[in-house]
Structures are given as C-alpha cells and as structure tokens.
Ligand binder design. Sequence first.
Ligand code: F6P
Length: 554
Amino acid sequence: MKHLQDLPSWRELWKHFDATKSLHMRELFKQDPERAQRYWLEVGGITLDYSKNRITDETLALLMKLAKEAGVPERIKQMFHGEKINTTENRAVLHVALRNRTNAPIYVDGEDVMPDVNRVLQRMGEFAHEVRSGEWLGYTNQVITDVVNIGIGGSDLGPLMMCTALKPYGHPRLHMHFVSNVDGSQLRDVLEQVHPETTLFIIASKTFTTQETLTNALTAREWFLQHADEESAVAKHFVAVSTNQKAVADFGINPANMFEFWDWVGGRYSLWSAIGLPIMLYLGEENFIEMLNGAHLMDQHFYNSPLEQNMPVLLALIGIWYINYYGGGSHIIAPYDQHLHRLPKFIQQLDMESNGKQVTLDGEPVKHETAPIIWGETGINGQHAFFQLLHQGTHITPIDLIASLQKRSNLPGHHEILLANVFAQAEAFMRGKTPDEARAELTEQGMDSAQIEALVPHKTFSGNRPSNLILMNKINPRNMGSLIALYEHKTFVQGTIWDINSFDQWGVELGKQLAKTILRELTGETAVQDHDSSTERLIRLYRNANCDKPGQCD
Ligand code: F6P
C-alpha cells in the first residue's frame, strides 16, 4: 500500500479539518433537523447514534474515500477468505469462522476449517451439558458447583467479561471464578471459597507456555491433590483449552480432556472458540450459540454492507478522524450497566494489543498515530469521577456510551434514571453551556452582577465534545455477540487504514524475556549481571530483603 500520507483523501481530510475544526455541533444540529435520523444505524439489536460527532456529510464522504483508498474492502475479503493477513506470524485470522453459522467452507492452506470448528463446538456442548445437568461428577461423585478458569489476557478477559455481562442467564448452581494474576492472592482467595470435590478447573492458554497461567495451574493442581490424593482424580477436575496438545500432555492433563483451537484464532479474538468454555458452561450451549449468532449477524453486516452504512467501518473512521486529525490520544468506553463493568478492560486489550503498533506491514516506521489509549468505567460512576475532565478539561476525548433500552431489573425507577443520565451526558457533551446561558442561570438565582461575572467562566462548558451512543435493545447473548464483533471489526478497519498488523503482539515479548532472566537472579539461581544500575539495585534489594542471612545475598 502507498503511505497513508500519500493518499489523496488523507491530504484532502487535512484541508477539510482546517476548514471545519471550529464548527460547533450545536450549529450542525440547528442547520439540519434530520441530522439524528441520517447519522443513525441499526444492526440487529444494536443501534448506533453517531450524530453527536464533529462531522459533516463531507467529512464522512472523505473518510469513506480514505477507507477505499486504504484498501478496506479488499482487506475485509482477505480476512473472511482465510488469507494469511497476520504476516509476521504467517497466519490466517479467522475468528469469523468460529461463528460462521452458515457453515459455508472457509479454507486455510486448502483445507476447510469448518468441520474442526463444528467438532469442537459439539464437544464443548456435550461437556457443558454433562456439567450443567449434574451428570459429570467429581472424584467423590458430587456434582460440580464451581468452575475456576485459570488464564490471562485473551484467555481470561473475554470469558470473564461475557459471564459477568450475562449473569442473569447463568446456571444457578454454578459459581464462576477467574484467576489471572500470579501474585498468589487471587488464587488463594478463590481456593478458600471452593471445595476440591465440587470444583472444575479450566486451564486456558493458547500457547500453554504462559508463566502466570502455568504457575497458577500447578499450584491449583497441588492444592487439589493434597485433598484428592489420587492422581486419577485429576481427570475429573482439570480440563485444558489450548492449541498446544504436547504442552498440555507434558503438564499432566490427558489430551482427551483438552478442548482445542487453532493458530488462526488470536488470543484477544478467542472467546468464540474453546476459550469460551466457561461461557458455555455458565450460560448453556443454546445461549452460547445465540452469542455466536449475534456475532455472525454483525459479521454478515460488516462483509456485505456498503462502507457508508457499515457500523464497524463508521465507528473506525470516526475514531480515526479524532485520533489522526484532532490529536485525540484516548478513547473511553462507558457502559451504563453494572454487569458490563468488565467491557472497558476487554476492549482495552482488543484495541491496544491489536493496534498498539509503530511500524507498517512493510516494517517501516508509521508517520501517524495508531491506537489510542482505551480506558473506561461504568458511565454512571465515571460521571462522579472523571467526566469533569471530559466536560471542561483541555483534551478532546471521544467516548462510547453503551446502554440497554430494556430494563435489567424490576426495581422501579432505576432504569429510567440510568437512561436519563446517558442521554443527558451525550447532550451535555455536545451542546455545552454558553457564557450567556450561564449568566442567565445565575441571574435567575438572584446573584449580583459582580458575583455572576466572576463565576461565568467556571460555569461555561465549551461543548462540541464527541460521543457515540450505542444502544442494545436488551443485554442478551445475541446482542453481546453483535457488540463484541462490532468492536473487533472496528479495530481491524483502523489497523487496515494505519497499514499495521492488528493480529500480532511482539511488544509483550521483551518484558517476558527479561522477567525470565530476572527470576533466576531473584531466586539466586544465577548471579546478578548485565543490567542497568537501577534494575541491578532493585534485584539486590529484593535478594537481601528475602535473605536468610541478611547482607550476604548480594
Ligand atoms: O502476553 C500477551 C498474550 O500473549 C496475549 O496476547 C494473550 O491473550 C495472553 O498473553 C495469554 O496467552 P496464552 O493464551 O497463550 O496463555
């Protein structure tokens, strides 16, 4: 691909930015009473209102031109057709195959992946049925009551987020636990709550080499064997999810108890694969399939719709408008639902691990910004914490406000208050408050003019702050599937335009390598050597603090 900077649309967008940057959305709404209707899109159970963005028809037309010139339509086809678009790992990128509900063949290296996808899905379904129905018994013939997923990153965040989001659909007997941190306290806290006779451990790791996961898994296994005594009991309480059969066998889990997936499923795109086993155990096969159906619906929309009416493409392009032109370095995910509180963390990994890159596909340094910093919190809590900066701070920080139209609880009055707040925030971000409005308000309160003039600058909101409103008809498995697929494809489109590989993650390797060396030095297995003076001092400090003979462990 040509450099992004050399694309005609990129340059035209700069000119357009200079010409429109001081336009206020208030004016745009005033000029066009149809704005909301036109900047509005519905796909399945998801509605996107993107009217409160600093865009005009011309902005959108130029952004669409950018997507075309950057090859987005071709790239979408390449992904769906199993081409090896993850070039640094020579892999296809086929999370869409995992939810390919039409079963149309998808080939990788000349082989249709669908039979394998369906086989594993069926095995997961059978296993989930046995555990949920109580047929699957532990080593003392008791039913499973607790499931502990041990995994990290993509092998943790997706299942954790979905199980939390869809709690009302969860099996009443099953308590789900997620352990990712290697600090020991997270695993200990969980082990204190569960009983070995009724607990199923899922060791989830794509590579089955991840230090944190394997350490936690070994400790869980030791804890289990202290109670069970019998090595044969492990088979009833430990299953693995991985692409690495050999490492699973070496660890001591019978490959018959392993649910496989494939190298063309990226960790952060894996909740649709066997990594989603906790989701299926908790929600049941039917609901898991519904989640796949919802994702498939979004996939079909993404694949078939023209760019102008394509929800992931629109979100991606509007994001690019702020990141690359307005210089907005961060993006907020604000779900207005307590059960969605894990969503910002999930999208953070999805986006930042995918697009936090600094070289193009050809390995040349990029000359433009790539992924923004993604952060967030439940919107209602954010309102009483960091929203102040969004309203009156000096940064422009686009925000996705996510809410459900239908109530989640029967508690009277709650949902109305929630939704009133979502809509009010979006309106306030957009319109702000002019000095005259602030003045009029203060006058009505009976203040004298000196007090009023002193307060007006503080009570003024510039407004013109962008937001997307994403409404789900209802928070259910289908719509959650669509929502996550929406963000996955948005990430992919942005990566395509930036000409980077959204599917590798070499940046996490250096820290891992150094940690291995330092671990040997902390334990005294090797001498401390070849570090900068700060790192060396820290290692020596630790060695002395944990030394039997203080002062002699240098
Ligand atoms: O270190 C980053 C990472 O490789 C993520 O990409 C991945 O989701 C996570 O670690 C866990 O990896 P695995 O599933 O192989 O244990």
